[in-house]
Design a protein around this ligand. Structure first.
Ligand SMILES: Cc1ncc(COP(=O)(O)O)c(C=O)c1O
Length: 404
């Protein structure tokens, strides 16, 4: 039977919901690889380390002990309690098991928060460039994403002035990300404190994505907005195991915040997905209570790679970037190439054109800034081996040299 146009109609909320650009590029890269092409990928947003052995063993034990049934929708009470302790101990954020929700990844915690808090007519303030799923999630919640420009010369940070200019009577939520993907900047305590009067005055709810908390460089320390008592009841803090413990595939994240929000997020989760995998939850208990050395080993290695990639990129003419302070990305400007000609004769309109050429003609996968709201930039991930970083940057240098 052929479906009619009416039967094929999708809900309006799907209009701007495209597959994440990062996943699309990864899929294209693996297709090219399967066709026998050599591909260097500096596009992924995940640690290239294996999950630490003690965590894997905890999951194996969970399976062997038949810990394979439903848990409570909000997550295992023991894990919720441990996460509350983690927030208190690491971040100075007051928490308790009732104020914690265990989710299927940080992304799921973020979408839960947006979906219970926002609806049509609400505005979500998002500093731009932004992590690509924020605008898609805002769209799915049917709220309006209000993108507020941040600038490289201001360390890509949202200033109180820019925040104030973006606030309207419809402002409902501010979505912050520190440390930040794609710019690898980090908000200091002073920067966050400077935003507090506006957050208080305009009664904004703030969702803070702290997934890269453990990956900070040169002695910098992450600071949690929710540790400021005056606004603690307005903040939902999202974090998870993906980046800190190299556990992206385990899909284990969490959030803490006011009980009225967390319990609504739990109700939504209970109806939509029940709860994160029981096995991943057992692994999470081990991640949080077991030896922590692997976290520091990975952080040190990323800092070393950061130094390598920065020194290599500095040798490429006509690009500019600020040194990553955290996370594992270099977000470099290709503004000086806009309007120039690729070897194919195509005129460069944005990072997308350059990234397409890099992948299709030179076998290098990077992510165009278009995906992050900044079309004249490109994101390079140094969550890759030193040899891939060296190969990738050499390809980039030579390919950019062919643009005239
Ligand atoms: C800023 C940011 N937040 C959230 C996530 C999602 O993390 P998870 O794998 O825990 O869903 C990512 C993943 O790339 C990210 O970069």
């Amino acid at each position: 039977m052929i479906l009619t146009e009416i039967e094929r109609r999708l809900a309006k909320r799907m209009e701007n919901c495209e597959e994440a650009a990062t996943l699309k590029i990864a899929a294209r890269a693996s297709l090219l690889r399967s066709q026998g092409k050599q591909i260097v990928s500096l596009s992924t947003g995940e640690p290239d380390f294996p999950t630490p052995e003690n965590i894997k063993l905890a999951a194996i034990r969970a399976i062997e002990q038949n810990f394979t049934k439903y848990t409570s929708a909000e997550g295992m009470p023991e894990l919720r309690d441990l996460v509350a302790q983690k927030f208190k101990h690491d971040d100075g954020v007051e928490s308790s098991a009732e104020r914690v929700l265990i989710t299927s990844g940080g992304k799921h915690a973020l979408s839960n928060a947006l979906f219970v808090l926002c609806e049509a007519g609400d505005e979500i303030i998002i500093p731009s460039p932004f992590w690509l799923s924020y605008s898609a999630m805002a769209g799915l919640s049917e709220a309006t994403a209000v993108l507020v420009e941040t600038k490289e010369e201001e360390d890509w940070l949202l200033t109180p002035e820019r925040l104030e200019n973006a606030i309207t009577p419809a402002s409902r939520l501010l979505l912050l990300n520190t440390p930040h993907n794609p710019t690898s900047t980090i908000y200091s305590e002073a920067h966050l404190r400077a935003l507090v009067p506006l957050i208080e005055e305009h009664e904004l709810i703030v969702v803070v994505d702290e997934l890269y908390e453990k990956l900070t460089y040169d002695g910098r320390k992450h600071f949690s907005l929710a540790s400021i008592p005056e606004i603690a009841e307005q903040v939902v803090t999202v974090n998870g195991l993906s980046k800190a413990y190299a556990m992206t595939g385990w899909r284990l994240g969490y959030a803490t915040g006011p009980e009225w929000i967390i319990s609504a997020m739990g109700r939504l989760q209970s109806q939509a997905v029940s709860h994160p995998s029981s096995i991943s939850q057992k692994a999470a208990i081990e991640a949080l209570t077991g030896p922590q050395e692997s976290v520091e080993i990975m952080r040190t290695e990323f800092q070393k790679r950061r130094d390598i990639v920065v020194s290599l990129l500095k040798e490429i003419p006509n690009i500019s970037f600020s040194t990553p302070k955290a996370a594992f990305y270099v977000f470099f400007s290709i503004a000086s190439f806009i309007g120039k000609k690729l070897p194919s004769g195509k005129i460069v309109k944005s990072g997308e054109d350059i990234c397409e050429m890099l992948l299709e003609d030179h076998g290098l996968a990077l992510v165009p800034g278009n995906a992050f709201g900044k079309p004249d930039a490109i994101r390079l991930s140094f969550a890759a081996s030193e040899s891939d970083i060296r190969k990738g940057v050499a390809i980039l240098k030579s390919a950019l040299g062919m643009i005239s």
